[in-house]
Ligand binder design. Structure first.
Ligand SMILES: CC(C)(COP(=O)(O)OP(=O)(O)OC[C@H]1O[C@@H](n2cnc3c(N)ncnc32)[C@H](O)[C@@H]1OP(=O)(O)O)[C@@H](O)C(=O)NCCC(=O)NCCS
Length: 346
């Protein structure tokens, strides 16, 4: 099969480029999520053009001789200015995607090689990746990837929520943790709590089951503000709730993300309770209050999506009782750069 691979710089392509890009994205989307509406095209362009000043982000596209886009590879790695560089300076993220009818012809391999060269140039000794698809798992295993974590996308249909149970979690939460209040913020974290908030957010990210993955979070206030700015520029919304102890400390948090243009869905982000404050119903209280918030403020939302490690028993136990159901597997894999380079003849 004839194809050519070319770097794709979203800010530099002419307007007429996007039609072919959408065709590629939408074919993939129909294959992977056949029951879901197509994502907003405007949102896709905005996210592609977004700036990640502290990360090396690169993409390449594969074209047929007729200029049809048939494959994509994405590459990401922290720069020295990133708040999480120390934790992740040995890692590169790579993801490959090939259009269904063009698979098993060596294109995935060529795309992987293209991004691998970048990882080698930046001295990254580990490549982290993942897949939600059988073909992806077969491809990764073929090249010797190690499974790092088994996960899944879980979904809750709003029509399945047991509202009496949710109300009982709210009532119980207030009783079991006297003096604790639930606070909130919309898009912008208040300056007075940001240092404590991002510290707890980082802790919660790193305390969830991470299996054999090597990537670790380290978000400081500056990095958080940059994320807020990027979300604002790309039309994404964020809403957070957190529990405040009688002495003012933050003990737990939960947040949601959404793009109003993809209005049937909301993404449940991170939920975490500091170890010292666990076992008092704070997690359930936060999640129940959040789901009422969603019902009252976004009446068009039909489902909540979230990703969980299969070993995250605490979170899965809460989510199962809320009515979340497994939608599809999402597993993490990693390669040793050196070994992969040998296999691919680099
Ligand atoms: C993973 C993916 C990119 C592979 O693309 P591809 O162009 O088919 O890959 P290649 O043709 O280079 O495959 C290389 C080898 O991987 C193995 N492989 C790939 N797909 C396979 C499958 N469905 N079943 C079994 N083995 C498979 C084969 O050994 C293949 O060599 P062979 O065809 O000579 O036997 C493609 O299946 C895809 O887009 N999947 C969905 C996205 C995804 O899960 N990506 C995860 C990778 S980060």
């Amino acid at each position: 099969m004839k194809f050519r691979i070319k770097e794709f710089k979203p800010r530099e392509v002419p307007d007429e480029f996007w039609e072919g890009y959408f065709e590629f994205i939408e074919s993939n989307h129909r294959e992977m999520n056949p029951d879901d509406p197509l994502p907003s095209r405007e949102g896709i362009i905005q996210r592609q053009k977004a700036d990640y000043p502290d990360y090396t982000v690169k993409r390449w596209l594969a074209y047929t001789p007729e200029n049809k886009i048939i494959g994509w590879v994405g590459f990401g790695a922290s720069k020295e200015t990133a708040s999480d560089h120390e934790e992740n300076k040995h890692i590169a993220q790579i993801n490959v995607r090939v259009l269904k009818n063009y698979r098993r012809k060596g294109l995935g391999t060529e795309l992987l090689k293209t991004a691998l060269k970048e990882a080698i140039a930046l001295d990254r000794t580990t490549i982290e990746t993942g897949t939600d698809h059988e073909a992806g798992a077969a491809f990764l295993k073929h090249y010797g990837a190690q499974l790092t974590i088994e996960g899944a996308e879980n979904r809750l249909e709003m029509e399945d929520v047991d509202w009496d149970l949710m109300q009982s979690w709210i009532d119980e939460g207030a009783k079991r943790a006297p003096g604790v209040t639930i606070e909130e913020f919309d898009n912008i974290c208040p300056e007075v709590i940001i240092d404590e908030y991002v510290e707890m957010f980082t802790e919660a990210l790193n305390m969830q089951p991470l299996g054999e993955t090597e990537g670790r979070a380290n978000i400081d206030a500056e990095a958080w503000r940059k994320n807020e700015q990027r979300r604002g520029e790309t039309g994404q919304k964020n809403y957070a709730m957190y529990t405040k102890e009688p002495d003012g400390r933050i003990s737990g948090l939960t947040d949601i993300y959404f793009d109003p243009r993809d209005g049937d869905r909301i993404h449940q982000g991170l939920t975490g309770v500091r170890p010292k404050f666990r076992g008092k119903g704070l997690g359930k209280w936060l999640k129940a209050k959040m789901i009422f918030h969603i019902k009252e403020n976004y009446p068009d939302v039909q489902r909540i999506l979230t990703g969980n490690a299969e070993t995250n028993e605490a979170m899965l136990s809460i989510n199962k009782r809320m009515g979340f159901k497994r939608y599809k597997g999402e597993d993490g894999y990693k390669f040793k750069t050196e070994e992969l380079a040998k296999k691919l003849g680099l």
